[in-house]
Ligand binder design. Structure first.
Ligand code: FES
Length: 397
């Protein structure tokens, strides 16, 4: 039994930023309209935490849909995902999805077209096919040059005066970081792009800006594994010269040994992996993941990924990203983190990110002196290649 939901805004919490109207792909046409289908995309994207989903106990008609040949009757104005759940079809590994129409992990065929089930409205007579193979797609934007790069960019090549890398940003994320700095990409959907299209765009950018590095960032680019593997494979085909580098910047939470092997096999040469603490409670605070077991497994995946790459793929450049703000992580835990990382590799690159006010969290940006102290703590743990992001630019190693 499905209880339809609708989005409701708390006027006292709303900061009238317009994110729910301007950046969310609203399948109801307009947020808070009578046609709301309760997908919750606006709730995730709201910087003010002003939107809740409430059960809609009003009378609704039912519509008939055909799912893999069987007819079901489901309430009108609900998401395809909810309708499929009603039909007994669930999405495996749902915790690894975005829920906002960005990653397209939930894509199904509806009346012959691939659509993201999480933000698509069910309609009378719809024919849904969840069994036929669909070429992966996902929302990708922000193709362009970068002078600094990301966590997996070697600090030694940064020159701050000309591009060193071209990148694109995949939409959708499995984390819910309250201080997300890329929240427009993390929490919004849109039109899909096929892997080859993204690879061609990045390759063209590489030639325009005369760089050798090409990066996938996000959002979380490792969501929708088939898409990323194919995109890297296509990029490798288009850039088979020795100078080309393919960089993946990730929160690391979804990476497993076989996924890493597949990424390296496809052509990944550089990986930037976030280590958001050593303690699951810290990870939960930083990422907004409420499920303690899920947070623990996400955090361990990130740590295991760094270790696995260092030990098994030494030709891959590995950079790690560590969050710092005293409201989120203590200096004792930074030391613990440094010691754990030094046991894996003393020379791995470490970039400490000074978490500042962004999205929902009104943090106080750490002072430059505080960031230098964090660098010294990590150096004292045995790490040799540490630099910190500060309001005066990067400092170190
Ligand atoms: S879960 Fe539907 S697009 Fe990401």
């Amino acid at each position: 039994m499905i209880m339809p939901c609708i989005a409701q805004r708390d006027q006292n919490l709303c900061i009238f930023c317009g994110a729910c109207r301007n950046s969310v792909t609203c399948p109801g046409g307009e947020v808070f309209s009578p046609d709301c289908i309760g997908c919750g995309a606006c709730r995730l994207a709201c910087p003010g935490s002003a939107i809740e989903l409430i059960e809609d106990r009003g009378r609704r008609k039912n519509v008939c849909i055909r799912v893999n040949g069987t007819i079901f009757s489901v309430p009108e104005k609900i998401t395809l995902k909810a309708a499929l759940l009603h039909a007994g079809i669930s999405f495996p590994h749902e915790e690894r999805h975005c829920g906002v129409g960005g990653c397209w992990c939930c894509a199904v065929l509806a009346d012959g077209n691939a659509v993201p089930a999480c933000i698509t409205c069910v309609r009378e007579g719809m024919v849904i096919d969840t069994e036929t193979y669909i070429e992966p797609g996902r929302v990708v934007t922000g193709f362009g040059p970068h002078m600094v790069g990301g966590v997996g960019t070697p600090v030694s090549i940064r020159n701050y005066s000309s591009p060193i890398e071209v990148a694109c940003f995949t939409h959708g994320c499995n984390l819910r970081c309250p201080q997300c700095q890329n929240h427009i990409m993390a929490f919004t959907g849109g039109l899909e792009m096929k892997p080859k299209e993204a690879a061609v765009m990045l390759s063209n950018m590489r030639r325009i800006f005369r760089v050798h590095r090409m990066a996938f960032s996000g959002g979380e680019c490792t969501l929708n594994r088939p898409w990323l593997i194919q995109a890297i494979g296509e990029l490798k085909k288009l850039n088979h010269d020795e100078k080309s580098r393919i960089h993946v910047d990730t929160n690391g939470s979804l990476l497993t040994e076989d996924y890493l092997d597949e990424l390296v096999g496809a052509g990944m040469t550089d990986a930037g992996i976030d280590l958001k603490g050593t303690r699951p409670a810290t990870f939960q605070r930083v990422t907004g993941i409420r499920d303690a077991e899920l947070a623990r497994s996400y955090l361990e995946n990130a740590w295991n990924s760094v270790k696995y790459l260092v030990e098994n793929h030494p030709h891959v450049f590995v950079g790690t990203g560590i969050p710092y703000n005293r409201a989120l992580i203590s200096k004792e835990e930074v030391l613990e983190l440094g010691e754990r990382l030094a046991r894996i590799s003393k020379t791995v690159q470490v970039c400490v990110l000074d978490y500042r006010p962004a999205f929902r969290l009104k943090l106080e940006q750490p002072a430059v002196e505080e960031m230098i102290e964090i660098k010294k703590i990590l150096n004292s743990a045995g790490l040799e290649n540490v630099f910190v992001q500060t309001s005066r630019g990067h400092i170190g190693p």
